[in-house]
Design a protein around this ligand. Structure first.
Ligand code: SAM
Length: 441
């Protein structure tokens, strides 16, 4: 493909992304399957342009005087990215936008004046790349650090974290194996089973024999920490663990690693299809599938069977705003009404999950959001409505999980008692929120 044809393809993909809930990764993959003539270099260049435009979306649309509702966003984004991110001069852009072959149509006079105009004094939400309604929240939540938090959440290409399956191998061994594969693995600072790989060049992990043998799983270090701090398998005599919102089982697998074949995990979700994806993952990890049961926690009869749990982990549905560095396209799909809806759903799920915890048992609430509406505000409502639950300080969870969690002093420093917020800026992880409770009666 010519460079111009790649730009046109990127513009088309960006237009498709605006009209769907699918991830950029999925849309790019589909495009590759439908356009077999595109080679791997073409696909890389197109994906790179799509991500570059998506990360800087607010700024680029603003420069082209487009809104989220305007048509022709793809073309505007690509054009503005050449001028404002790559710093390409107008004559170079005009050569690419000549209309020849499969390239984009020539520039209009309006487009020429838009890309030639200075960036101007863009509003804060434009400069940071955050959705407009989130800026005020960030200023309130993070004070002077808000812009650094926003930049680290929105700009970079996040590294890839792996969790080493400690039941089968050791982290040092995997560091060696991955190094021999030509990758540049580093131990992560907080999870004792974490390995971090640079995102460039993108490693083909699923092809590695270590992956196929279930020795490593792809899991952000923040997610590993949430599961490890919950402490499955560490509570004396505890055997019944409920993963209340198990989804595809990322945390279920980490819980299974901690439990080391003892006790039972009840993996729940309202979407059964998601739960079914856990089985092959458990098999690959060598975690005995027979001790995992699948449940729909919105079904009263099934909820009854979950009662008396030693530990209930609630990895609640959320905006996913903590992962915007990986899914920048999601940021511009979120709005205030959705955040409000999620807060209501989280409160509902937490109260049902709490009813399953036995006296003396533990409840851990987790989101991968960086918004207080879904974190502190949800925890506040839960605490006000559930006096039988006492706060469980993060430092005691970390101490208990010290075989799995390192650098506990830093985690304690970042925590506010029983609540912990992880962010790309503070912990170099995805954004996560963790709150822990013990049931007193
Ligand atoms: C953040 S995801 C879980 C991710 C998963 N724990 C992991 O680590 O891979 C939240 C999950 O909650 C599920 N969910 C939504 N409503 C629910 C409900 N009322 N009760 C339980 N789970 C629910 C969603 O289907 C989704 O799979």
């Amino acid at each position: 493909m010519t460079p111009a044809a790649r730009l046109q393809a990127a513009a088309d993909i960006l237009d498709q992304l605006s009209g769907t809930r699918a991830t950029a990764e999925a849309v790019l993959k589909q495009w590759g399957q439908n356009n077999r003539y595109a080679g791997s270099k073409d696909r890389r260049a197109i994906a790179d342009r799509v991500y570059r435009c998506t990360r800087a979306r607010s700024r680029l649309l603003w420069a082209m005087q487009k809104t989220e509702k305007s048509t022709g966003q793809g073309r505007a984004l690509v054009l503005a990215s050449l001028a404002l991110i790559d710093g390409a001069p107008l004559d170079e852009i005009e050569t690419l936008f000549s209309g020849a072959g499969y390239g984009p149509k020539p520039l209009t006079d309006e487009e020429k004046s838009q890309i030639s105009a200075a960036d101007g004094d863009a509003p804060l939400w434009v400069k940071t790349g955050l959705p407009e309604f989130v800026v005020g929240r960030f200023q309130q939540q993070f004070g002077d650090d808000w812009a650094a938090e926003a930049t680290d959440l929105m700009t970079p290409r996040a590294p890839i974290d792996l969790r080493v399956n400690g039941a089968r191998t050791a982290r040092d061994e995997m560091l060696k194996v991955l190094g021999e594969e030509g990758l540049s693995p580093q131990p992560t600072p907080f999870s004792r089973f974490g390995i971090r790989l640079p995102s460039e060049p993108p490693p083909n992990l699923v092809k590695l024999s270590a992956y196929q043998q279930g020795l490593i799983e792809i899991q952000d270090e923040g997610s590993q920490l949430a599961a490890f701090l919950a402490g499955a398998g560490l509570l004396p005599g505890a055997s019944k663990v409920v993963d209340f919102c198990a989804g595809g089982g990322g945390k279920t697998l980490a819980l299974a690693q901690m439990m080391d074949g003892k006790g039972e995990i009840y993996a729940c979700d309202v979407v059964e299809k998601r739960l079914r994806a856990i089985e092959p993952r458990l098999q690959r990890a060598g975690a005995s599938a027979h001790f995992v049961h699948f449940f729909d926690p919105e079904d009263e009869t099934q909820l009854e069977l979950l009662r008396g749990a030693d530990l209930v982990l609630v990895d609640a549905p959320c905006s996913g705003s903590g992962t915007w560095r990986r899914h920048p396209e999601e940021a511009h799909r979120l709005n205030e009404a959705e955040v409000e809806r999620l807060h209501g759903l989280q409160t509902h799920i937490l109260s049902r999950a709490a009813s399953c915890v036995k006296p003396g048992g533990r409840l851990v609430y987790v989101t991968c959001s960086v918004l207080d509406d879904e974190n502190a505000a949800t925890a506040d409502v839960f605490e006000a409505q559930n006096p039988a639950f006492d706060a469980l300080p993060i430092h005691s969870l970390a101490r208990m999980a010290s075989l799995f969690v390192d650098n506990t002093a830093r985690l304690t420093e970042l925590s506010a008692g029983h609540r912990l917020r992880l962010t790309p800026h503070t912990t170099s992880t995805d954004g996560f929120f963790i709150a822990a409770y013990t049931r007193t009666s």
